[in-house]
Design a binder for this molecule. Sequence first.
Ligand code: S3P
Length: 427
Amino acid sequence: MSVLKVEKAKVFNEVITDISADKSISHRCALFSLLSNKTSLIRNYLQAEDTLCTLSIIKSLGAKIENENGVLHITPPIKIIEPPLVLDCGNSGTAMRLLMGFLSGAEGFFVLHGDKYLASRPMKRLTLPLRKIGANIDGRNDGNLSPICIRGAKLKPFDYESPIASAQVKSAMILSALNSDAPSFFKEPELSRDHTERMLKGMGVDIEYEGGKIVIHPIEKPLHPLDITVPADPSSAFFFAVAAAVVPNSKVVLKDVLLNKTRIEAFKVLQRMGTRIEFMQKEDRYESIGDITVQYAPLKAVNVSENISWLIDELPALCIAFACASGVSSVRNAKELRIKESDRISAVVKNLKLCGINADELEDGYDIEGGTFKKAVFNSFGDHRIAMSFAIASLLSGGVIEDTDCINTSFPNFTNILKKITSVENL
Ligand code: S3P
């Protein structure tokens, strides 16, 4: 079990060019390349545990993957292979849920499983709507928990209104609609990240927003292969944005980051708190991409209760900024935090209390009062984003984070970058 020791940081001014590639887009690149009949080219695919699991899975389903000077060439099989072994999604809810949608309409028998954390995350949010359209899908706890078993079937078109704004649910349902006989309709309570819609549209799927719903037309002719460079992940970049926002007089430039509005809301919250942030868009093909400059300024408290799905992954890191602000910050309508890689409401509040910060846990969020950090030993709860958030908190007064192997699920380069701005030791 790895342990990370972080020393208190001095002022820093860094240009960071090696933030890891976007996790959500990388998973989709691997999976969506199965939808074309030609070779997809993927540059800057995220080389982290979660997304490498997805590559292994598409290989088991028959894809041929070649790495030529860092560019992945993914050639899909003519027909999906029924894999002899279970498909290991590692720690990734995105992989498991998107595959549930995709494989429910494929021919064959498939078993999805993952690590002990993924084994406790709810899958009923997909099992139920997928069963309604004819999927043969099951698992422990009546299909709610993995291992998830699927016998692919011909699926019916649907008109589904999801009770949660979840890009994983939306993407899985969209994938399940592609081999149907007629258009399907999907509605969500608020827009969740929209990479699936953008990428599938780019590949030639007839998918559009109409009257508040997404209309998905079944695939009628072969899709174009992907030819894409995965941008840096704003959720990973955000850890260093918070570092610059809380270490007095510091500054970072985060290069070539995905600027999709559904992914940079946490940067906007930091801006509202007083941090000086500039976005400089450099390209806009499948997605908007550019540099983000973040410069320290004193922080004031903020209330966050809207567009929660646009910053759900960044809330643990944002809490560190709340704890440095003057006044009490609050988060509401965020009960989804409880079913992420860990219960992120309870994990954040427990760790903040350990370093002397006043924090109150609520069912759907928390209240955090700005204060002075003291040195502490933090638990990662096996969750990469908790581990990295408290590594950033440790820049303020020093700290030790236990059980940090999980960082490799999304951002293996995190510790190296942190080393550039302070003194870090792997114990
Ligand atoms: C993701 C969607 C979000 C997010 C997760 C990645 C995706 O989950 O928290 O890290 O790539 O679609 P939900 O769909 O559960 O909100």
